[in-house]
Design a protein around this ligand. Structure first.
Ligand code: IYR
Length: 318
């Protein structure tokens, strides 16, 4: 129904859709409505993060308690720095998510991941997971390393275990988290825990058209970018004419424009056009709508989205 549609909107997939529908219609709250997502603390919060934060707001609206895991030990295991520095980034990330308007409970991994029961469960998962599978689940997530460390295979076991120890019903993440989530779905039922529902968001392409939008690559629009930077980045972004696949600007238009969306342009360039839906816009683009027209629409809407977040961050002294 309505809540389900809100939760499903703009996702790539929900694994366990029927369980979710059942949860939404069950007023006895047999299964606690807890949804979570974890982030390795990061120096830049960008529009890829915001897509996920918005989904957590949808879940909140649909009656879920939202938990945000500031995954400090995970970042540490993934060679992102000292625990102390990662901790500071976690505080910063929390403030940005609050500026985005998310109401949630925030928890650091290090607050519970050294507990005896948690640790025992990691060992159980370690016995039940092949090395090969643990490594495969980390394919997009693990930092590149010519000599991969054991930490890389501990990481997914802990992530699966987080679901149990935070009592999560709905685990959220980008599509790159899917293999870890599927592992959790398979193993947790043998550890006295109900298989989680897993919701996967699209992963945005980088503005350079090379790989995904990523804090480490700088191919992003940040939550606190100034208007002139947004305009410049979008103007210079990869946006091949008539091409849909891997086109970052069209992806942003897909997930961030409000439809019906209006393109405003002078008569001599064809005048104004209204696109009823993303599909409508995509069709026009494939048929030759100019990349500059698309970029102008996208820049305008990004500025509209980012301005209040940026100003709130300034007000909070972030
Ligand atoms: N693997 C995530 C970070 C992460 C997510 C969850 I959900 C956890 O329980 C732990 C870590 C990433 O790639 O950022």
């Amino acid at each position: 129904d309505e809540k389900f549609e809100l939760i499903k909107r703009n996702t790539v997939e929900i694994i366990g859709e029927d369980d979710l529908k059942e949860m939404l219609s069950d007023e006895t709250n047999k299964r606690e409505k807890i949804a979570y997502i974890g982030f390795e603390p990061s120096g830049k919060i960008h529009m890829g993060h915001y897509l996920q934060i918005r989904k957590m707001m949808d879940l909140h609206k649909a009656g879920f308690k939202v938990v945000i895991l500031l995954a400090d030990f995970h970042a540490y295991l993934n060679q992102k720095g000292t625990l102390e520095d990662i901790g500071k980034l976690g505080e910063y990330n929390k403030s940005v998510f609050e500026a985005m308007g998310l109401e949630a409970e925030y928890i650091y991994g290090s607050e519970y991941q050294l507990g005896a029961k948690y640790t025992e469960d990691v060992y159980k998962l370690a016995l039940r997971t092949t090395l090969k599978r643990a490594r495969r689940s980390m394919e997009v997530i693990a930092r590149e390393d010519d000599n991969p460390k054991v930490a890389e295979v501990v990481y997914p076991l802990m992530q699966a275990n987080d679901i149990k120890h935070l009592n999560v019903a709905v685990a959220v993440g980008g599509m790159e988290q899917r293999k870890i989530h599927v592992l959790a779905r398979e193993l947790l039922p043998n550890m006295d825990f109900e298989s989680p529902i897993c919701l996967h968001n699209p992963v945005l392409s980088g503005l350079d058209g090379v790989g995904k939008m990523s804090s480490s690559k700088g191919n992003l629009i940040a939550a606190d970018d100034e208007d002139k930077d947004i305009k410049k980045k979008i103007k210079e972004a990869y946006c091949p004419m008539k091409e849909v696949d891997g086109n970052p600007i069209l992806e942003i238009a897909h997930y961030y424009l409000e439809y019906p969306a209006e393109l405003k342009r002078p008569e001599k360039y064809g005048g104004n056009v209204v696109f009823e839906s993303y599909e409508d816009l995509e069709k026009a683009y494939v048929e030759g709508l100019h990349p500059m027209d698309l970029k102008n629409m996208v820049a305008e809407s990004m500025i509209k989205i980012i301005t209040p977040i940026r100003e709130k961050m300034k007000g909070m002294n972030i």
